[in-house]
Ligand binder design. Structure first.
Ligand code: BES
Ligand code: ZN
Ligand code: ZN
Length: 516
């Protein structure tokens, strides 16, 4: 899709359709809507006065302007409700963009002018949100369909913000494209069947983004994992014929060679189970096919790194993705087996289906070995998180309240919700083992918390937060602004987080410079 911006008016815009945001209870007797109403020969007023559209979020009305009449070059108009004007944020602009292109694509529109009307907001930010929402909105999970596949495409998108700074608009739109495409990259990986997304293939995809966008990459194979003593990760891989991989991607800002001792170093760590059968503690058949998305945490890390490499924030970021299948076989780890993690900690494997925490244990340890001082890990870790929070909020837990608050706030800004669960030390009692240091399950109570308590055992000495995306990474139903299937949750939040951290680090450096 070709992406353009315009700081001029909507009237001369050479597109087939205009999509215009309409606020709750807005009338056509002043401002922008008055102008639009006049250009449309009174159609806008008629729609609003009939209350066919009240401006509530998610509502829309589609119109054809009468042939021959004066008015805008675009002959079709989509009015989109965006809710209260006072609450209108970048996250709403993004949903507006997604809804608009999905509705117009369904009507075979090839070129769209988006008028988000985020007049009070920062132009670059609005353009970014509008484009990102549109790119995300156009993703479909029907890759392997040969009939009834969504073949229509929007070929050209123009974001319109009359009077805005041209350069800011252009920059914003470009950022939106990078972010949207990276979210879709994550969704595409998550959507792939297990046969097409093995650890080896996932590592190839990581290698491709490293080559294309200029990231350092190291892929650990089984022999390297053995050298590192990653017994927890290897215990999960044992049952599979597919060799495990651990992808390590490093982004360094321009001019920076390495991270010095004592310097802040952020690592993102993501669970990359390319298919989770449960292993010997095998899962029931119903819905097992969905366990192809058990690598979404890893795909999220790759999506964020892909965008970071292009947006080039001034802070280094490390991405670590441990990847394996979880399969039953004659070689598989059995319930009751004891394995030794990279740190030397021994683990009694009570349930081989609690494999995510095992691979994350060694991945977090490895991130620490590489110098990470702050770790955010993400994983489709527990079914329990869907019971607690459904598909609305991602569960967040950790040891550093400031880090947790920053992630929650970064999410709020981009329209992704996180809800913190407690992680008191009492919960750790549930994972004490009689035979080893810890065990990999903590009983029926507080399943999401005891899973996090397990990872916490490997996150000592660092600042750490954990995202359980099991409930939010997959949408069972389509939304007006997004297809059903993989959601790409947390990519935008973490990118916003990285950019906020970069701004903070920049600010701190400046302050330091001033005091010198
Ligand atoms: N990958 C699953 C968690 C999951 C469940 C993700 C549903 C997405 C949707 C994880 O490896 C798992 O099986 N967890 C077990 C843990 C239990 C054995 C303690 C679970 O949640 O049932
Ligand atoms: Zn499992
Ligand atoms: Zn799993």
């Amino acid at each position: 899709m070709e992406i353009q911006t315009s700081a001029g008016g909507f009237a001369g815009l050479d597109v087939q359709a205009l999509a215009v945001a309409v606020f709750k209870d807005e009338r056509a007797d002043e401002g922008f809507l008055k102008e639009l109403d006049e250009a449309s020969g009174g159609l806008v007023r008629s729609v609003l006065e009939s209350e066919e559209l009240k401006g509530k979020e998610g509502e829309s009305v589609y119109l054809h302007l009468p042939a021959g009449a004066a008015g805008p070059k675009a002959r079709r108009l989509l009015l989109v409700g965006v809710g209260e004007r006072a609450d209108y944020r970048a996250s709403h602009v993004s949903q507006f963009g997604g809804l608009a292109v999905r509705q117009l694509r369904a009507r075979n529109v090839k070129s769209v002018g988006l008028v988000p009307r985020h007049e009070g907001g920062d132009a670059a930010r609005s353009a970014s949100a509008a484009v990102e929402g549109a790119v995300i909105g156009l993703f479909e999970p029907d890759k392997y369909r040969t009939v009834d596949k969504e073949e229509r495409t929007v070929e050209r998108l123009v974001v319109v913000a009359a009077g805005a700074d041209e350069e800011a608009l252009r920059r914003g739109a470009e950022r939106g494209r990078v972010v949207g495409e990276s979210v879709n990259f994550t969704r595409d990986l998550a959507n792939e069947p297990g046969a097409y997304m093995t650890p080896t293939i996932m590592a190839e995809r990581a290698q491709e983004i490293a080559n294309e966008f200029g990231l350092d990459i190291d892929v650990l194979d089984q022999a390297r994992m053995e050298q590192e003593g990653m017994g927890a990760l290897l215990s999960v891989a044992r049952g599979s014929d597919q060799p495990p991989k651990m992808m390590v991607l490093t982004y360094m800002p321009e001019g920076k060679e390495r991270v010095e001792d004592g310097e802040d170093f952020l690592a993102l760590v993501g669970k990359g189970i390319t298919f989770d059968t449960g292993g010997i503690s095998i899962k029931p058949a119903e819905n097992m096919e969905l366990m192809k998305y058990d690598m979404t945490g890893g795909a999220t890390v790759l999506g964020v790194m892909r965008a970071v490499a292009q947006l080039k924030p001034p802070i280094p970021v490390l991405g670590v993705v441990p990847s394996t299948e979880n399969m039953p076989s004659g070689k598989a780890t059995k319930p009751g087996d004891v394995v030794r993690a990279m740190t030397g900690k021994t683990i009694e494997v009570i349930n081989t289906d609690a494999e995510g925490r095992l691979i994350l244990a060694d991945a977090v340890s490895y991130a620490k070995k590489l110098g990470a001082t702050r770790v955010v890990d993400m994983a489709t870790l527990t079914g329990a998180v869907s019971i607690a929070l459904g598909d609305v909020n991602t569960g967040i837990l950790g040891t550093d309240q400031e880090l947790i608050d920053e992630v929650i706030e970064s999410g709020r800004e981009v329209g992704e919700k996180f809800w913190q669960l407690p992680l008191d030390k009492e919960y750790s009692k549930q994972i004490k083992s009689d035979i080893a240091d810890i065990k990999n399950v903590g009983g029926r109570k507080a399943g999401t918390i005891t899973a996090a308590a397990f990872i916490k055992e490997f996150a000592d000495g660092i600042s750490w937060a954990h995202l359980d995306i099991a409930g939010t990474a997959w949408g069972d139903e389509a939304k007006p602004f997004r297809a059903k299937g993989p959601t790409g949750v947390a990519v935008r939040t973490l990118l916003n987080f990285v950019e906020r951290e970069a701004a903070r680090a920049g600010g701190a450096k400046e302050a330091e410079g001033k005091t010198k």
